[in-house]
Design a protein around this ligand. Structure first.
Ligand SMILES: [Zn+2]
Length: 316
């Protein structure tokens, strides 16, 4: 019996290199969430955040538009669902992996819709270019902005777009298909992954927690939730992420109250119990620890200047 296990292990070890040699083909896969509403996501590589697509006789509405280098794959994937052009493009937030193809999409005829802070952010800071930030081309800017909420009325699928204040950034939008019971959360939800809270772009831990609580209050057991990253989710998946986040907040807060500095906390690794389930390449357990510390120490010891950085990225 023992031998059989060893042989099996050896065979898989031998098989592994040939599997690794096959370069995975990157594609934009689609999943019909409910009739007329689809989720688009990367397979075999990173193409940006999850997208949403409403199709029908009256209008085509796209939610987020991925990374610039994935434009052709995204267009191909959309063309497989609808032969109509995109009428409206909603940006859930400003990051380049969600709004990276704005200029191309608007030049092809889409009207860009976003929270007013997103437009201002693009005007002030520009957009992600191949080698860093560049001034935003006019075509990349939203032409329709909202402050609190607005509603689309197309294809018998009303969609209300809400602002979620100071959550992942300061310009987050959530899209709620009220009849279909489908919600696109952008990056206010990373399903099964530690979240990124972009403190440099106006995000806050408190706002992030409130955003998730709000969506839970709007959901029931049948609600389908498109997260910014990770697979299509349920209310229970979101509750799990929220419980984890609230517990992590409590843990880091306790460390701060003990007077530990960030290097001590990173060394002690108090979030280790979440490592196996939530750590990933972009937000590692260490980076999760640092971003929570950066947020909580600012608010706990107002202005004491404990900001030891965590290396802020400009995507996700
Ligand atoms: Zn993001």
């Amino acid at each position: 019996m023992k031998k059989a296990i060893i042989v099996t292990a050896m065979l898989s070890a031998l098989a592994a290199p040939s599997i690794a040699k096959e370069t995975p083909k990157v594609s934009v896969a689609t999943q019909e969430v409910v009739p007329g509403i689809h989720m688009l996501y990367g397979e075999g590589g990173f193409i940006g955040g999850n997208m949403g697509l409403l199709v029908g006789d009256e209008a085509v509405v796209l939610i987020d538009d991925g990374m610039p280098n994935a434009l052709d794959l995204i267009n191909k994937s959309i063309a497989g669902i609808s032969d109509k052009p995109i009428d409206y493009l909603v940006n859930t937030h400003v990051h380049g992996d969600h709004a990276g193809n704005n200029a191309a999409m608007s030049e092809a005829g889409a009207h860009i819709v976003a929270h007013e802070n997103l437009r201002q952010h693009m005007l002030d800071k520009g957009v992600q270019g191949p080698e860093g930030m560049v001034p935003a081309p006019k075509a990349a800017l939203p032409v329709l902005t909202f402050s609190d909420r607005m509603t689309f009325h197309f294809n018998g699928q009303p969609a209300t777009v809400f602002h979620l204040p100071q959550a992942h950034t300061d310009g987050d939008a959530l899209i709620h298909f009220t009849e279909a019971n489908v919600i696109h959360m952008g990056d206010t939800f990373f399903n099964g992954l530690f979240p990124f809270i972009d403190l440099d772009s106006g995000g806050t831990l408190e706002g992030y927690i409130h955003a998730q609580m709000k969506v839970i209050s709007m959901s029931n057991d049948e609600t389908k939730i498109i997260p910014g990253h990770g697979p299509l989710a349920s209310k229970a998946d979101l509750q799990k992420a929220l419980d984890m986040l609230i517990d992590c907040k409590k843990i880091i807060m306790a460390e701060i109250k003990k007077g530990h500095d960030i290097e001590q906390i990173v060394k002690d690794n108090p979030l280790h119990k979440y490592h196996d389930d939530w750590n990933w390449g972009f937000i590692t357990t260490e980076r999760m620890t640092r971003q929570l510390y950066n947020d909580l120490s600012q608010h706990a010891t107002s202005g004491s200047g404990h900001s030891h950085g965590g290396g802020q990225g400009h995507s996700h």
